[in-house]
Design a binder for this molecule. Structure first.
Ligand code: GLU
Length: 426
């Protein structure tokens, strides 16, 4: 008897990130064998917490924000995933982001489930003091479900090491003792890890380099177009440039810029730190926003938000490969178009896994109170991620499917095997 029903708290049939995730799960169904019995597990988040986050603003008034923490799956270990502060955050988005963490952590074999959190707020509109109050109240509200062996938050869009420091402090004050392992992505002075800040960008470079090698593309002299110049895009750009890859187009919420001769990522990073966006950068010319997708490049790197590459944009893309630094930037329909056109997609769950891998290193270092050098961390990241990427390529080749399905085959089998072994209670 089939009693599958849609989740009643979501608007029906909306074609958002959560529906995209459900479609991605359907695509792995034929490759699950006996584990298919458990597939519904992936389509239902284990826990969704919605909280009210009231804070006093600097002018003395009170403002309320909506916050979330979703634990999508904990079959393989505690929940793990970032916290997003953005004005468009919704429960359905956080569910999708948590689900992608489940797949990512399993694809690169981290001993974690998947989780994500967020607050529906534009952090740029808050003063530093208001941001601190928001972070502390949100942490306090979700403290009933987080903890170093339960669910471990980290930075994501709109949050950084300072926000993690406030989260760690709030949790610790409520516990009565310092608990460094409750969040990762902390400042180095508070039990953070060397290499964590640039880890996601470094992982983007590692997977792009391995994919290029397989395709016979030389990195030196190759070109890339980058959407998003936040923590991930910024690091990916600097590291790719240091390996001879040239940034020829860049887009963020403030502008779209191009320069066929190359845009200096370091100079752009300084400009963005000062101006809070790429607009006004002197080393490139402004172009039409939609023309960004048509740039002729070896690597197109979306490093911003979900659903940026839809069917229409997928038809315009003139890149050899798309390397997904963002979570969920390509819709399933766009995946099909890119596949038909012979454009490789290095999927998010492997391309941007460097961040959570170094988060894992941070968590392990916090537990043992023994800290590693940056060199050791980067070397371990490169080895583990390269091995995981090779396994994904092998799975994709063996089943004649795109890399995303290859990654989902490895990851979903791991999650559902754990699920089957643990069994149902009662
Ligand atoms: N927010 C990052 C991601 O989407 C990092 C998560 C973590 O380190 O836990 O993968």
């Amino acid at each position: 008897m089939q009693l599958e029903r849609d989740l009643s708290f979501l608007p029906p049939g909306k074609n958002g990130p959560w529906e995209n995730f459900l479609e991605q799960v359907e695509r792995v169904r034929p490759y699950l064998g006996k584990l298919e019995r458990w597939i519904e597990t992936l389509k239902r988040p284990k826990r969704c917490l919605v909280v009210d986050v009231p804070i006093e603003l600097d002018d003395g008034s009170v403002a309320h924000f909506e916050g979330y923490r979703v634990q999508h799956n904990t079959s393989r270990g505690p929940g793990k995933g970032g916290v997003r502060f953005h004005q468009n955050v919704s429960l359905a988005e956080v569910m999708a982001l948590a689900a992608w963490m489940t797949v990512k952590n399993a694809a690169v074999n981290m001993p974690y489930g998947g989780a994500k959190g967020g607050v529906r707020v534009d952090p740029a509109k808050l003063s530093n003091k208001e941001l601190e109050r928001l972070t502390r109240r949100y942490t306090s509200e979700i403290s009933v479900v987080i903890g170093p062996d339960r669910d471990i938050p980290a930075p994501d869009v709109g949050t950084d090491a300072q926000v993690m420091a406030w989260m760690m402090d709030t949790f610790s004050v409520n516990q009565g003792s310092t608990v460094t392992g409750v969040v990762t992505g902390k400042p180095i002075a508070l039990g953070g890890s060397h290499g964590r800040r640039d880890a996601t960008g470094r992982g983007v470079y590692v997977t792009a380099a391995r994919a290029a090698q397989r395709e016979g593309i030389a990195l030196d002299g190759a070109r890339f177009a980058l959407q998003g110049f936040g923590n991930v895009g910024n690091a990916a750009a600097r590291i790719l440039q240091s390996h001879g890859v040239k940034l020829v187009a860049v887009q963020d919420a403030t502008a779209t810029l191009a320069n066929a001769k190359g845009i200096d990522a370091y100079a752009l990073a300084e400009h963005v730190a000062r101006e809070r966006g790429i607009r006004g950068f002197k080393g490139a010319d402004a172009i039409d926003a939609e023309d960004f997708w048509e740039q002729e490049v070896e690597f197109l790197i979306p490093a911003a938000l979900e659903q940026q590459i839809d069917e229409t944009r997928a038809r315009r893309i003139r890149a050899r490969m798309v390397v997904e630094a963002a979570n969920g930037p390509t819709t399933p329909a766009a995946d099909d178009v890119l596949g038909e056109r012979g454009i490789i997609v290095v999927p998010d769950v492997i391309a941007n896994a460097g961040g959570v891998m170094v988060s894992y290193f941070e968590w392990v270092q916090d537990f043992s109170s023994f800290f590693w050098s940056e060199q050791e961390i980067n070397a371990r990241l490169e080895t583990l991620l390269s091995d995981a990427f090779r396994a994904v390529c092998q799975a994709a080749e063996a089943h004649k499917v795109p890399l995303r399905t290859g990654a989902y085959i490895i990851a979903c089998r791991r999650v559902l095997e754990a699920r089957a072994l643990r069994g149902l209670y009662p």
